[in-house]
Design a protein around this ligand. Structure first.
Ligand code: CTP
Ligand code: MG
Length: 401
């Protein structure tokens, strides 16, 4: 396999992406698109040299930015930055001047296509080595119509013959230099490099690209880029916070049963000869639930926020405390996915109160009742719960951000 040099046109203004900067510098999960493109080239392991064209006033910034990322993402690519021109073809022409080699192959590849992959590069290179000029392309999915100025359909070409052309476009270096020299002498506006070679009357062949090889152009493309990277497990993601985070928390609590107290469970008063003893209303189920929520969010436990040494919380309504915890999570950006509470009590029988408890918790947390599960169990008369000395509760909560 011969010498393959990359030309990366990156001197556009990215108008259609609407980010207010050249899209080559727009970051996806903390990494600029141009850097992602170079990392992809590094991963092909067939490109050792890249000439990058950016706007003349961006050359310095681009060098600083690329040096910052080179060691980590594209250590084996030797890069040069050159000033681009007002049209893409001018940028490619300027980059071509910076290439002294006359032998081997040059791959022109848009900075805005960071998802191409090695397979496509290898297919296009193989075809270029055979025919001198080859482009990545994919069969069009939509029917194409040729329309006149007022929108009237003039023709419907056979879709089976139509391809959407991508980059890389790979050429014999000598051939591309000759083609651009010809373009300088006979200037016309072209939209891809293959056209420059076609103007010479030289054969260009198509090699299979891939549909993921999008050119990041409009804002929806950034949405695609982010989800594509997330699905692949983005190895370059330096900003963990931009990935969805899933958390699970668990809580456990016990309170003693005493005569003369009300029995509060999940904010519902359950008629019974005894109630739970505690500094607050001793709603053991809500206490376990609060700890699960705080645990999932890595925010500690309820003792940190509502200490039982604080007179303020004497007889406190656990429903209000739970609402406060839900609010804290909301402030931190967490959404509650689901909660599951188990109440461990020998007596009283809780079955007929479960539905009310479920609705009560859903209201406190401002989530749908079908995301809340409450269940009760006994310990078969074993242990302190079995002897009716107290009630225990466990809870699990799952959170997403
Ligand atoms: N390009 C370039 N020099 C130009 C214009 C474009 O090097 N004068 C580069 C872009 O930076 C991009 C690639 O050519 O990597 C493809 O062009 P396009 O997708 O049109 O990018 P922009 O011109 O930046 O975007 P827009 O047309 O929305 O402004
Ligand atoms: Mg453009």
């Amino acid at each position: 396999m011969g010498n393959l040099i990359a030309i990366i046109p990156a001197a556009g203004i990215g108008k259609r992406l609407e980010q207010g900067i050249n899209k080559a510098f727009v970051q996806i999960a903390g990494v600029p698109i141009l850097v992602r493109c170079l990392k992809m080239l590094e991963d092909t392991s067939i490109i050792k040299k890249a000439v990058i064209a950016v706007a003349p006033n961006e050359v310095e910034d681009a060098i600083v930015m690329l040096r910052k990322f080179q060691k980590q993402y594209f250590p084996s690519i030797l890069f040069t930055v050159v000033p681009g021109g007002s049209e893409r073809q001018d940028s490619v022409a300027n980059a071509l001047i910076a290439i002294s080699e006359n032998e081997g192959y040059v791959a022109v590849h848009d900075a805005a296509r960071p998802f191409t992959g090695k397979e496509v590069f290898l297919r296009v290179l193989k075809a270029a080595e055979k025919y001198g000029a080859a482009v990545a392309a994919v069969p069009v999915k939509d029917t194409i119509k040729i329309a006149g100025k007022t929108g009237e359909v003039l023709a419907t070409p056979d879709r089976r013959l139509m391809y959407a052309v991508q980059t890389p476009q790979i050429f014999d270096i000598g051939l591309l230099k000759k083609a651009y020299a010809n373009l300088r002498e006979h200037p016309v506006k072209i939209t891809d490099d293959a056209s420059v070679v076609e103007l010479l009357g030289q054969k260009v062949v198509i090699a299979m690209g891939c549909y993921e090889n999008i050119k990041i152009t409009t804002p929806e493309d950034l949405v695609f880029a982010e989800s594509f990277l997330a699905a692949q497990g983005d190895a370059m993601n330096t900003n963990n916070l931009q990935m969805p985070q899933f958390r699970i928390g668990m809580g456990f609590d016990v309170h003693k049963l005493e005569r003369g107290r009300r029995l509060m469970l999940c904010g519902i008063e359950v008629p019974y000869k005894k109630g739970l003893l505690g500094h607050s209303d001793a709603d053991v189920a809500l206490h376990a639930l609060m700890d699960a929520l705080l645990g999932g969010a890595a925010l500690g436990d309820i003792g940190r926020y509502f200490p039982d040494t604080d007179e303020h919380f004497k007889g406190a309504d656990s429903v209000e405390l739970t609402k406060q915890i839900a609010y804290m999570l909301q402030i931190e950006g967490w959404r509650i996915n689901n909660v599951d509470v188990t109440i461990i009590a020998e007596q009283p029988k809780l079955a007929e109160y479960i539905k009310a408890m479920q609705n009560s918790v859903a209201q406190m947390l401002k989530i749908s009742a079908d995301c809340v599960n409450i269940k009760a169990t006994t310990t078969e008369k074993l242990g302190f719960t079995g002897r009716g000395e107290g009630i225990a509760a466990t809870a699990v909560a799952s959170l997403v951000k």
